[in-house]
Design a protein around this ligand. Structure first.
Ligand SMILES: Nc1ncnc2c1ncn2[C@@H]1O[C@H](COP(=O)(O)OP(=O)(O)OP(=O)(O)O)[C@@H](O)[C@H]1O
Length: 372
């Protein structure tokens, strides 16, 4: 008889959240939430303000005690462990540096308190300073640092602790746009270099799409979809995810599935759209009220069309954005946006022909709002 050791049947999880419920009095912020984060994974918790992402991160960090459920880090049940005993390092939106200490003092403080040997502390600070390129700043105090430099020091403080898991709570949201994109690239490089598990909270979809191995997109304390960024972008689970990700937003057309010439087509305001190329494992049954979602870059205009079905539309307004030109058009009683190359310009009122790339479209049930 073959005996399979229990732990070989389980995937390697760095962090596991099991049936987590967190309530503040009568307000349940997280209800029965489950999430497994792989070893070395960069997981982004994404959602709008108040959806519970910081609450989830704080439960993992040990800053909030779950009402129910358990949390495992590296297969150890840490539900009742102190934050300092969880093998985590946390980086917050506010840098929380000690103003009276130098950068070096800030980096070494926690290690000194933990009683670490001087040589080991020096070694760790040198390594962190090199990785984060803050060597020239070590003797400065936080007041003499820019926001980006302060946040690097805050990351350094987590780095010197040599933790298994990094937790980031909107670390870039206090920085201006340019710094934010620079530090975003650095955090990505840091992850590629260290290969630690990182859990990163943000409401910024660009941060989520660019940094994440997987995104957990949340609404009202519930994970709506957990998948890699391309899947989230191209095959959103439901209307909420489809509308949250993408800028400008996906175009949504409300209508109905109808039978026409032996095929099921999408019909809205008396205009029919072929669904040829749309992939689904469900049968498309006539009579169902649906929402058709198409991203602005998945609509072909005039010369891009290659003999597929096309519809007349009228240019309403255009927004040139340099590399791209976003045109807003009236089509079948809807206003939709289409992304074309920056060099292509359209006169207001011009008539164009549009074709939807149904292989990239999304169809949702109008009632449940779930993907078909
Ligand atoms: N200590 C608390 N007492 C009562 N309610 C709280 C407490 N902390 C958070 N909440 C509530 O829990 C919900 C989730 O808050 P949380 O901070 O997790 O949201 P978030 O998604 O991180 O949003 P943000 O991006 O604004 O921080 C909110 O409705 C918030 O008002």
């Amino acid at each position: 008889m073959n005996v399979v050791p229990i732990n070989t049947t389980r995937a390697s999880h760095s962090v596991s959240v099991r049936d987590l419920t967190l309530s503040f009095g009568s307000l349940t912020v997280l209800g029965n939430l489950n999430l497994d984060i792989h070893d070395g994974e960069f997981l982004v918790l994404l959602g709008s303000s108040g959806c519970g992402k910081s609450t989830l991160l704080n439960c993992i960090a040990g800053l909030l005690e779950p009402t129910e459920g358990q949390i495992f880090i590296k297969d150890k049940n840490v539900t009742w462990e102190e934050p300092k005993d969880r093998g985590i390092g946390m980086v917050f939106q506010s840098y929380a540096l000690y103003p009276q200490m130098t950068v070096e003092g800030n980096l070494s403080f926690g290690l000194k308190v933990a009683g670490m040997a001087k040589e080991e502390i020096a070694k760790r600070i040198a390594r962190a300073a090199e990785i984060l390129q803050i060597e020239p700043l070590l003797q400065r105090k936080p007041a003499a640092l820019s926001g980006g430099q302060r946040q690097r020091v805050a990351i350094g403080r987590a780095l010197v602790r040599d933790v298994d898991v990094f937790l980031f709570d909107e670390p870039l949201s206090n920085l201006d746009a340019k710094l934010r994109s620079e530090l975003r690239v650095e955090i990505k490089r840091l992850h590629q270099q260290l290969k630690n598990t990182m859990i990163y909270v943000t409401h910024d979809q660009i941060e989520a799409l660019t940094l994440a191995d997987r995104i957990a997109i949340m609404k009202s304390g519930v994970i709506q979809q957990l998948a890699d960024p391309i899947t989230i972008y191209n095959r959103p689970n439901n209307l909420f995810v489809a509308g949250f990700i993408g800028s400008p937003s996906m175009n949504f057309l409300r209508g109905e599935l109808v039978e026409e010439g032996g095929r099921t087509v999408f019909r809205t305001n008396n205009v029919s759209f072929s669904l040829e190329g749309y992939e689904t494992s469900e049968p498309l049954i006539a009579g169902r009220k649906v929402v058709l979602g198409v991203r602005p870059e998945h609509i072909k205009v005039d010369g891009d069309l290659a003999g597929e079905e096309a519809h007349e539309a009228v240019v309403d307004i255009e927004e040139p954005m340099g590399a791209d030109n976003l045109i807003w058009l009236k089509l079948a009683g809807h206003t939709i946006s289409v992304r074309v190359g920056g060099a292509r310009r359209y006169a207001i009122g011009a008539q164009v022909r549009l074709g939807f790339d149904m292989t990239m479209a999304s169809l949702f049930d109008a009632g449940t709002e779930e993907r078909i």
